[in-house]
Write a protein that binds this ligand. Structure first.
Ligand code: SAM
Ligand code: SF4
Length: 435
């Protein structure tokens, strides 16, 4: 069967969302069309995430659910990090899976689909250095805020994390390719570009680093906003911090995960920073851009974490006063060093710590958002809200802003922020705009 329609379901991080968009463009270039909502797609790509516990089990049950009531099923491709980790094992565990394709091999998806029609069940989890980008069609579609992956993989080997195994070694895309893709996205209507990488601030091309790339992209006419995520404290260079002071288009937002406030736990995690060196970096960032919104990631219940060590995490949250943050219960990932460490923490303790941490983060998010009430700023409209006439956009600080407006996605409008909740703001169109 040669499928004519497809659906791509992406789970997990923004890099998976980006990969899903690229796969859609690739299949579109072969003459296939995206299935509309409610329509049964002839090819379903499950673009999976491996970061959480039971990721593989979840992927297999998602595959099972694709069987239709009449017993038929679409052609099924397992993509993303679970595909990378499971490889050929996936076909043994689920005979419904036709294609297994890793994150570095999806440029071969069309030929793999064709091979299925000839009776094959292809598996490709090779990790050639970035060649997939060269094999893909140029960008022709963009969102008002578009993702652009510039760096993949990770060499840091934090002891809890699967990324170095599923996404491979750190690789940066060449300067000229990134600039060309950014221009294509802007030509297709993007006003904001979010540069992505597992360690985006480790991006490098010869002597040039992320700060140079941001300065170059700031010259692109029509591009109004630049963001980057996720950064590692070890790669937070002075020139990148300076760019926050000097490049107007670089938005005042930084996602810099610390993971824990305890130096003993940070060492056991193989993080290269201490609480003190992390806070010193943030002091520098604050000095460069006093209004910056800070975000981070936290893991509670890493093996051996004591109550005092957890409290050190609460203290760092209070010291930084994050505008937002992501927090996770530690989940042992098979094959990582932490999975076999002694003193795994009982689930009830993890649940309790996560709840306390999230309550603390929420207090700071609310305080940050309240500090912006009354601010005149610009909001990039991204989508419709739930109520009629309501639109949702983003402030420079990445807050979600709800507005009553006729403005459409892709418009950057002048707004006064009028009220705050922990997760979003309400805005009102400024007089000159409303008139
Ligand atoms: N490279 C980024 C960094 O080091 O900050 C983060 C990338 S990782 C895919 C995203 C987040 O998932 C991490 O910051 C961490 O908080 C969380 N994470 C990764 N492995 C985890 C695990 N085994 N258990 C719980 N959370 C985990
Ligand atoms: Fe995972 Fe980030 Fe650590 Fe790399 S730096 S191993 S992606 S948590």
């Amino acid at each position: 069967m040669n499928p004519k329609t497809f659906k791509i379901k992406s789970f997990g991080c923004q890099m998976n969302v980006y990969d899903g968009e690229r796969m859609a463009e690739l299949l579109g270039a072969q003459g296939m069309t995206a299935a509309t909502d409610g329509e049964d797609a002839e090819l379903v790509v499950l673009n999976t995430c491996h970061i959480r516990e039971k990721a593989a089990e979840k992927a297999y049950s998602d595959v099972g659910r694709l069987r239709r009531e009449d017993g038929t099923r679409p052609l099924i491709a397992l993509a993303g990090c679970v595909a990378q980790a499971e490889g050929a094992e996936a076909k043994r565990r689920s005979p419904m899976i036709d294609i297994v394709v890793g994150p570095q091999a999806y440029h071969r998806l069309p030929e793999m689909v064709a091979a299925v029609s000839n009776g094959a069940r292809p598996v490709d989890t090779d990790m050639p250095a970035i060649s997939k980008f060269e094999a893909m069609p140029a960008r022709r579609r963009a969102n008002p805020s578009s993702f652009l992956t510039i760096q993949e993989g990770c060499d840091k080997f934090c002891t809890y994390c699967v990324v170095p195994y599923t996404r491979g070694a750190e690789v940066s895309r060449p300067w000229k390719d990134v600039v060309a893709e950014a221009r294509a996205l802007v030509d297709a209507g993007a006003l904001e570009i979010v540069l992505l990488g597992q360690n985006v601030n480790a991006w490098v091309d010869g002597k040039r680093g992320l700060a140079d790339l941001i300065r170059e992209l700031a010259k692109v006419d029509g591009l109004e906003r630049i963001r980057y995520t996720t950064s590692h404290p070890a790669d937070m260079r002075d020139d990148l911090i300076a760019a926050h002071a000097e490049v107007d288009k670089l938005m005042p937002y930084l996602h810099l995960p610390v993971q824990s406030g305890s130096n003993r736990i940070l060492k056991a995690m193989n993080r290269s920073h201490t609480a003190e060196t992390y806070l010193a970096i943030l002091d520098q960032v604050h000095a460069a851009r006093p209004d910056i919104a800070l975000s981070g990631d936290f893991i509670v219940g890493f093996p051996g974490e004591t109550e005092e060590e957890f409290e050190a995490t609460l203290s760092i949250v209070d010291a930084v006063r994050y505008a937002s943050a992501y927090s996770f219960k530690y989940s042992p990932r098979p094959g990582t060093p932490a999975a076999t460490m002694e003193d795994q923490i009982p689930r009830e303790i993890m649940d309790d710590r996560l709840q306390r941490l999230q309550a603390r983060i929420t207090e700071h998010s609310l305080a940050f958002n309240r500090s912006k009430v009354g601010c005149d700023t610009r909001v990039l409209i991204e989508r419709k809200g739930r109520r009629s006439g309501q639109m949702i956009g983003r402030s420079p600080w990445l807050q979600s802003v709800h507005l009553e407006t006729h403005a459409q996605p892709g418009e950057l409008i002048d707004v006064t922020l009028v009220s705050a909740g922990p997760n979003s703001m309400a805005g009102a169109i400024r007089q000159s705009e409303a008139a």
